[in-house]
Design a protein. Structure first.
Ligand code: FAD
Length: 356
């Protein structure tokens, strides 16, 4: 019964990608936010796999994200933003913020995560961008997050701020209010359709009922493997999508038969990485640094596969791929995002160089 339900769910994701997402690829690449597609994916259960502690919950979320990523990395990244928020909320220390969980897991409400800066802060790469202080039954918070995605007015996102005594708190903020303002001040080479904004937090009040964790130092190690493993759906999906693109191009395949990387090898590497994600996901709760470094290594390999696969498609398509608006070039621009979003290749290699 459970297997049948899972099958029905995943075929629905397939239908959404085919019928609703693929026709909008150019529009999304040009900046259209795939609001309807994301809500449909949520209704199909794509963001709910990892709410509980089912052994394959994380993998279910990764697989759904990968299906979207085969067609469109903007949508896959928005799916990750949503998935990450669901991941933290489901594991929130406090019960109160979990009142938002059902609507977010079902895609009825949308949201994201401003955790790039705290992840880098934790690695000693940059200072924490938000500061708060205790006031009444909550906190007064201020600061600026350069980019947070999957946002729009009324969307929610998780953010972390530091207190004067050095403790750190994670809270759930509502975007697009007077005190949590959104500003669109950049144009990206890809991922324009991801609802990405600068968030200006101007003395916003965060009530205790919206606090996910009063003790981030203890909370972050519990959720960070899942946070990073979820991202692998983006790169695995993109690699598979590129392999399909290369295979469908019969002339290019014939002419490029001796290129170093072809669709069979890309698919084999994607499948092997997915297997490793399946294994790693089972011990996502391990809080030690050695396990986290293993997670980062896996994430790094996914980034490198996405980059190499997209590059392989460019080599196969040649000048046809070099034309403005070409599919291989869209995938190349998208693949670069997999490698620069936190934890970026630069960040991971720094962590790995530091060792355990
Ligand atoms: C389209 C888009 C969407 C995004 N969406 C989100 C989102 O939803 N949520 C979110 O939180 N973030 C988001 N980001 C931010 C993203 O994850 C990165 O944090 C951001 O791109 C900057 O990362 P960077 O590696 O380029 O850092 P940089 O800007 O290069 O570095 C920031 C600071 O850290 C220092 N630094 C960087 N690397 C190292 C290192 N290895 N060792 C020592 N110091 C170092 C730099 O000198 C600099 O002071 C998004 C970015 C983009 C482009």
């Amino acid at each position: 019964m459970a297997a049948t339900a899972r099958l029905a769910r995943s075929s629905t994701v397939t239908e959404i990608v085919r019928d609703q997402l693929r026709p909008r690829l150019s529009a999304i690449d040009a900046g259209e936010y795939p609001d309807g597609v994301l809500r449909a994916l949520g209704a199909a259960g794509a963001f709910a796999h990892h709410v509980g502690d089912a052994p394959d919950g994380l993998l279910g979320a990764v697989d759904a994200m990968a299906e979207a990523g085969e067609a469109c990395l903007s949508t896959a990244f928005c799916a990750w933003c949503q998935d990450a928020l669901v991941w933290y909320l489901a594991r929130a220390e406090e019960a109160a913020p979990r009142r938002h969980l059902d609507a977010l897991a079902a895609g009825e409400r949308l949201g994201g995560t401003g955790l790039s800066n705290p992840m880098k802060a934790l690695a000693g790469i940059e200072p924490l961008a938000l500061q708060g202080q205790r006031e009444g039954r909550g906190y007064r918070v201020r600061g600026r997050l350069p980019w947070v995605s999957n946002l729009g007015p009324g969307h929610r996102f998780a953010g972390i701020f530091s207190l004067p005594d050095g403790r750190r708190v994670m809270g759930l903020f509502e975007a697009g209010t007077e005190t949590v303002a959104l500003s669109a001040n950049a144009r990206f080479v890809a991922l324009e359709g991801t609802g990405t904004y600068t968030v200006l937090v101007r003395d916003a009040y965060l009530a205790d009922e919206d606090v996910i964790s009063h003790d981030v130092a203890a909370f972050l190690p519990r959720i960070r493997n899942g946070f990073v493993l979820l991202q692998t759906g983006m790169g695995i999906g993109l690699a598979r999508g590129v392999a399909a693109l290369m295979r469908a191009d019969a002339r290019g395949r014939r002419d490029g038969a001796f290129l170093p990387l072809g669709p069979d090898a890309i698919e084999a590497r994607a499948a092997a990485l997915r297997e490793r994600v399946a294994v790693a996901a089972r011990s996502h709760g391990a809080e030690d640094r050695a396990t986290f470094l293993d997670t980062l290594r896996l994430r790094l390999e996914v980034s490198l596969l996405a980059l190499e696969a997209a590059q392989a498609a460019m080599l196969q398509f040649g000048a046809r791929g070099y034309l403005e608006g070409s599919e291989p070039f869209r995938r190349l621009r998208e693949a670069q995002f997999v490698a620069i979003v936190t934890p970026s290749v630069k960040h991971i290699t720094t962590e790995l160089a530091r060792g355990v």
